[in-house]
Design a protein around this ligand. Structure first.
Ligand SMILES: [Zn+2]
Length: 131
């Protein structure tokens, strides 16, 4: 892996901050909707080990208002899992190191730039909707 310990720690911090911010957005979305009972689910979730199940539990609710958040939470949780098993920063397709600049811009990236472009050409319907 081409990342230094400092870079990795910085990226992990970015992931944690985004995760926390997302959960706050989910909470706000639930509070402003008819789904107050689900806020309890967020309060019950343990801060460290149980995070994995937060996205799953939210996904089970199948609420359109938190759908986008759930997808991003899953991306972050997947990135944290890669940090834990030391595959973070390594492209899942070709096994090359992902450029640190790319990870800083997009901490949940799991592919190098070349593989991502290849994938977008192959699955052009995926990714951001084109209006
Ligand atoms: Zn690659």
């Amino acid at each position: 892996m081409s990342l230094s310990q400092t870079q990795l720690a910085d990226l992990v911090r970015q992931l944690e901050e985004r995760h926390t911010a997302l959960l706050e957005e989910v909470r706000a979305a639930l509070e402003s909707s008819e789904n107050l009972q689900y806020i309890e689910l967020l309060d019950r979730a343990p801060a460290d080990v149980g995070d994995e199940s937060v996205a799953d539990a939210l996904a089970d609710l199948n609420l359109a208002i938190v759908d986008r958040h759930v997808r991003e939470l899953r991306d972050i949780e997947a990135a944290r899992a890669r940090v834990a098993d030391r595959t973070y920063g390594v492209c899942v397709d070709c096994g090359d190191d992902i450029m640190p600049e790319r990870l800083h811009a997009w901490p949940t990236a799991k592919r190098c730039h070349a593989c991502q472009q290849q994938r977008e050409r192959t699955f052009s319907h995926e990714g951001t909707p084109r209006l």
